[in-house]
Design a protein. Structure first.
Length: 178
């Protein structure tokens, strides 16, 4: 439950801003970590700041009925202060995302996003540029060998060259006057 989007909103923020109150979801989240009630997003808004005005009475009733569960009386002398949520201890954007192992190169992704190449074509090119795996399923003496740089026909496939060719073709189709 201790996750936040790029605006610092937690699942409890989203629950509170729902069109209709989702008290079962709120209860589940608060049972997991009631401290999420105090988390603020990048605008400084707590989850309850997102509750619609027409639902305030329902939320007050819900929280009043659950206060002994979510906020039992604490003996500070014996228990001490409650720790801040783990997310509160991290600065914004301090958790870098790792690149998935099957991610396309930036060049191929750009071509797919711009509509210049189909995802299947990009996957094929990405695979061919990949880690040296071969597509050979047998050593039957056939002329095709996918990754040794030669296919016994005197030519070899250059994936970078193919990306350039496809890029040039897509520019030509974008500018038919050229």
């Amino acid at each position: 439950m201790q996750v936040a989007d790029d605006y610092g909103r937690t699942p409890l923020h989203d629950c509170c801003r729902a069109i209709e109150p989702a008290f079962d979801v709120a209860e589940y989240i608060l049972e997991s970590d009631v401290r999420l009630m105090h988390m603020t997003d990048c605008r400084g808004a707590s989850p309850l700041s997102y509750v619609r005005k027409e639902h305030w009475g329902f939320w007050i009733e819900f929280l009043e009925n659950k206060k002994d569960i979510f906020w039992p009386k604490r003996d500070l002398a014996n228990e001490g202060e409650q720790e801040a949520p783990a997310l509160a201890m991290l600065g914004a954007s301090t958790q870098p995302l790792t690149t998935p192992s099957n991610a396309l190169t930036l060049e191929l992704a750009d071509m797919v996003v711009s509509g210049k190449m189909q995802p299947e074509e990009a996957k094929f090119l990405q695979y061919d540029q990949g880690d040296g795996d071969t597509c050979d399923s047998s050593d039957d003496g056939s002329e095709y060998d996918s990754d040794d740089g030669s296919d016994n026909s005197g030519s070899s496939f250059d994936a970078d060259e193919m990306v350039g060719i496809l890029s040039n073709l897509s520019m030509q189709t974008d500018n038919p006057a050229d």
